[in-house]
Design a protein around this ligand. Structure first.
Ligand SMILES: C[S@@+](CC[C@H](N)C(=O)[O-])C[C@H]1O[C@@H](n2cnc3c(N)ncnc32)[C@H](O)[C@@H]1O
Length: 325
């Protein structure tokens, strides 16, 4: 049976799939197919498809019924997908094994199942993992059309922050000069560069910087991202000031880096400041620290945004702050 499909060049496939999925326009009863350099994504409502897309009626196979871990377990376990790795947060070892087996037997394409074995710790913000199935902790994760290679055992990465990163990235313009002070493997820096901005991405973790450089090549933004390994307080002297936008994604200790941020800031600069604070006053401490460090600037908090709950009574928040000289 023919069904309406959006037809795009294969290289635009992932980006298009995500854009359609975001608007709930994908037809999940039929398979996405590729033929002769084109990708055909079955859709549910041709009238709602933006005009820039080409729609074609096409014979595509029905999608096989998926078996999910919950179907095998009789309860719905909580897990995150990171590329072809599945991440669990189970406290009970036996239950963790059960869930891992169900994940491996389900339709989720899975190479490795890992269970959290520690909190996010240390300067590089990594955590220990118990390997419950498979071996490799390295994967390629896709987010909003970009691909990030990473090893979850040696670098920080949280797929849960995808929407938050997208919220921030969308604010950037093509002509901006941006410094990502704690860049990790590049999930802010690379999409910023994808919008045309010139980005300097700093991280102290040499492994993160190695992946960042690989990801810059992988996503074809080599000309717009400079990766620098080191403590941002030290390497900031190599960076020309007058920056338009700064990302400070090091909750718990971003306040210790505000002097560096202010040294780099231009006359009209936006700062994205991440923090973890008690729910009674989640934005106050960050805002006070920024005002104290930026006393030469007019400081306007443009957004006070709760990213997620971090722990009981603690919130992960972001302040989008404009600094005007
Ligand atoms: C919470 S992670 C954020 C990574 C990335 N922005 C993301 O969203 O995935 C913080 C990062 O800051 C890096 N870091 C910690 N201290 C640093 C410092 N003094 N200078 C530069 N980077 C640092 C860590 O290695 C880690 O990759």
């Amino acid at each position: 049976m023919k069904v309406p499909c959006v037809r795009v060049a294969r290289e635009d496939g992932e980006r298009t799939r995500e854009a359609l999925a975001e608007r709930d326009l994908l037809d999940h009863d039929h398979e996405i197919t590729v033929a002769e350099g084109w990708l055909y994504a079955p859709i549910v409502d041709p009238d709602a498809i933006p005009e820039e897309y080409t729609i074609e009626e096409r014979d595509v196979p029905d999608r096989e019924t998926q078996t999910m871990p919950a179907d095998l377990l009789g309860f719905d376990p909580s897990y995150e997908r990171l590329g072809d790795i599945v991440l669990l947060r189970e406290d009970d070892t036996e239950r963790a094994r059960q869930v891992a087996n169900a994940v491996m037997d389900s339709s989720i394409p899975t190479k490795t199942v890992l269970n959290r074995a520690s909190k996010v710790e240390g300067e590089f913000r990594t955590r220990e993992w118990d390997v419950l199935a498979g071996e490799s902790t390295e994967t390629v994760h896709r987010e909003y059309g970009y691909a990030f290679a990473l090893d979850v055992a040696t670098v920080y990465f949280s797929p849960r922050l995808a929407t938050e990163r997208h919220r921030v990235v969308q604010q950037a313009a093509a002509d901006e000069r941006i410094v990502d002070m704690f860049a990790g493997v590049g999930p802010f820096a690379i999409p910023f560069a994808g919008r045309g901005a010139a980005v300097i991405a700093v991280d102290r973790n040499p492994v993160a910087i190695e992946y960042l450089r690989e990801n810059v090549r992988r996503n074809d933004v080599d000309e717009r991202v400079e990766a620098i390994e080191g403590d941002v307080r030290e390497v900031a002297t190599e960076i020309e000031d007058g920056v338009d936008r700064l990302v400070m994604n090091l909750p718990h200790s971003a306040d210790q880096f505000l002097d560096t941020a202010i040294d780099l800031a231009g006359e009209d600069c936006v700062l994205h400041y991440y923090d973890i604070q008690h729910e009674n006053d989640p934005y106050g401490p960050g805002e006070r620290a920024i005002r104290a460090a930026a006393e030469e600037y007019e400081v306007t908090v443009e957004t006070r945004h709760t990213v997620r709950s971090y722990a009981p009574h603690e919130l992960n928040v972001c302040l989008d702050v404009r600094l005007r000289a």
